[in-house]
Design a binder for this molecule. Structure first.
Ligand code: SF4
Ligand code: SF4
Length: 593
């Protein structure tokens, strides 16, 4: 049966057809929909994990014990998961094991742009790179076969355009994979140095065997149009190449890309006058082609960062793009990213933005937007979970320099469970005097509301035990802990004043649900009457001082004609933050929804 599928859905279809039985993931664009889609396949036990390292570890455990298993994550997640991945490459698998890395050339929602093909090379594991949804399905199935045949984890590397674009997929039935027999085998699975040294040799032999497979893989093929120009590419770049060069070039399409098929590459290149290597980001294939003695055009012609598109390729080659419809760019209103109307992080950043002599260490999530106007309340962010530990280091620097500067570190609830707990242990163990804020909005907000260990539900929305953040923090040894309503600006100010007055670590937990969250039964019991009212500006009382606008809420706007503020009823969720800022407080009034 044929179906229209995104690449992410097709990866799931392939895994399902291959009989996968366990999947674990941490959400992150562009990989999130893989596990979300898997939760609909009841034959697969699918779980959200607190972070990518434990996701891959859970899947590795299931694989060792005999299940076909998988983990999926965005590119930066593989940095977190790299430790167990590299060792699992040594031991090999029992049930087939596949790791999906969803890379993001162009870094539309990521803190960096890294090319995870390098991980396959560094970890010495085979890699597949689909170009279309059909290939995503086919390669996922083949990945499990390769994994079990060559006793290795397999990396399937996709990019945003493959993950999110749709094309036709020929769907087949699931073939129920047998449970592989688990046998205790310490010479395979206990990686003490004496064992690991033996395994190291096995890894080298495996790569030699896989190089042979690469030459024969149906995912590596040549399309000969009888031309003297040749294009080598992998993944979605193959589709772009076909669009730009058409039948005016020969093609080497690479789908199995670690190890690369050296003999096939040499055969393809040997009679060509001009060779182009089209790939996004790093010169991964280009370097191999050069090593084989050819002189291709790659990074000397195409940009080494950002997404390639047919237009970018045309411009790089010919200096011009295809003509497009022109329009007056002044007509397009710029929409900088901002916190949603009624976002519970607003009050925190409003307060922090006003404080002098405070550095704010941020983290990865919606709350990163605290850096922007009108708050300007964040100094830096590094990666998930880094706020507390990086803030601790910054505080040490200020103390050593005798600078009277205090660090406030902020991260979210999902980020706290991700790696923020370890980060907080660093602070508490070393007794930093930083203020550590956990913005608990009861869900993983930025990636689209995935459950987490604090939200009370599993990936399939069944009830889960709630990990109590305040109890965890206290159990780690924090003495100065307060949980507050972040919409109460007086309370926020008093709590920061209290924490900054201490000469030892403190933890502030702000607890209020994300405005976009569908409240669970537990939420409704805890947060009674939230999102039930709206606010409006009494136009007779408003004096147009614009103080409320400093809340930064997109529901508020200033009308130059009347010199008054108005509130968009459709956006307002009644958090009340703007009303607390109003100079004439009675000018912003609550009304029933
Ligand atoms: S998604 Fe939720 S947490 Fe994120 S900015 Fe919007 S309201 Fe705030
Ligand atoms: S009460 Fe004010 S700050 Fe809150 S959502 Fe409505 S307009 Fe925005």
């Amino acid at each position: 049966m044929k179906k229209l599928m995104t690449g992410n859905e097709a990866l799931v279809q392939g895994a399902w057809e291959a009989g996968v039985k366990f999947a674990s993931a941490y959400p992150g664009t562009p990989s999130t929909e893989i596990l979300e889609s898997l939760t609909e396949r009841k034959e697969v036990k699918s779980e959200w994990a607190p972070n990518e390292k434990v996701a891959i570890e859970a899947a590795i455990g299931a694989s060792i014990a005999g299940l076909r298993s998988m983990a999926s994550m965005k590119h930066v997640g593989v940095n977190v998961a790299a430790d167990p991945l590299f060792t699992y490459a040594y031991t090999g698998v029992t049930g087939g094991f596949v790791l999906i890395t969803a890379d993001e050339p162009g870094q539309h929602s990521s803190q960096n742009e890294q090319d995870n093909r390098n991980y396959a090379k560094a970890a010495k594991i085979p890699m597949l790179e689909p170009a279309t949804s059909q290939e995503s399905k086919d390669m996922m199935k083949e990945a499990f076969t390769i994994s079990e045949t060559y006793d290795t984890p397999v990396l399937v590397r996709v990019t945003t355009r493959v993950c999110h674009s749709k094309s036709i997929v020929e769907c087949e039935n699931r073939v129920e994979a047998d449970f592989s027999d688990y046998e205790k085998n310490v010479k395979k699975y206990i990686t003490v140095p004496a064992v690991a040294r033996e395994l190291r040799k096995k890894v080298e032999q495996r790569m030699i065997d896989l190089a042979d497979y690469s030459e024969k893989s149906p995912f590596n093929f040549i399309k000969d149009n009888g031309k003297k120009i040749g294009v080598i590419s992998s993944g979605v770049c193959y589709s772009y190449a076909r669009e730009v060069f058409g039948d005016e070039a020969n093609y080497l399409k690479l789908g199995f890309t670690n190890p690369l098929p050296d003999r096939m590459i040499s055969e393809f290149c040997k009679d060509l006058d001009t060779i182009y290597v089209l790939e996004e980001n790093d010169p991964y294939i280009e370097e191999r082609v050069k090593m084989l003695g050819f002189v291709p055009h790659g990074n000397d012609t195409f940009p080494p960062y950002g997404e390639l598109t047919p237009d970018v390729i045309r411009k790089s080659l010919y200096g011009s793009e295809l003509p497009t419809i022109s329009y007056d760019k002044d007509m397009v209103i710029s929409r900088p990213p901002t916190l949603c109307a009624g976002c519970p992080h607003r009050g925190i950043f409003y307060d922090l933005g006003k404080r002098k002599n405070v550095m704010v260490a941020g983290d990865i999530g919606c709350y990163t937007l605290g850096f922007s106007e009108p708050y300007n309340a964040m100094d830096f962010n590094i990666c998930m979970g880094a706020a507390f530990s990086a803030g601790h280091g910054a505080q040490i620097a200020f103390d050593l320099k005798n600078e009277d500067k205090r660090v406030v570190s902020v991260l979210g609830d999902s980020t706290f469970f991700h790696t923020g707990i370890n980060s907080l242990i660093e602070v508490l163990y070393n007794q930093s005097k930083t203020v550590n804020v956990i913005l608990d909005n009861r869900i993983t907000g930025m990636t689209g509301h995935q459950e987490n260990p604090g939200s009370g539900r599993h990936a399939d929305l069944s009830d889960a035990p709630i990990m109590d953040i305040e109890a965890i923090v206290r159990a780690l040894g924090a003495k100065n802990v307060k949980t507050i309503d972040p919409n109460d600006l007086t309370l926020v100010k008093e709590t920061f004043d209290w924490a900054l007055g201490l000469d030892e670590p403190s933890v502030i937990i702000t607890r209020w649900p994300c405005v976009l969250k569908k409240l669970s039964q537990q939420d409704q019991e805890e947060f009674q009457d939230v999102f039930k009212d709206k606010y409006k500006v009494d136009q007779d009382l408003c004096i147009g001082c614009k103080l409320c606008i400093k809340a930064g809420c997109p529901a508020l706007s200033y009308e130059p004609a009347t010199k008054k503020t108005i509130i968009d009823r459709n956006q307002c969720v009644g958090c009340g933050v703007c009303a607390q800022l109003c100079k004439k407080q009675e000018a912003i009034v609550k009304e029933e929804r």
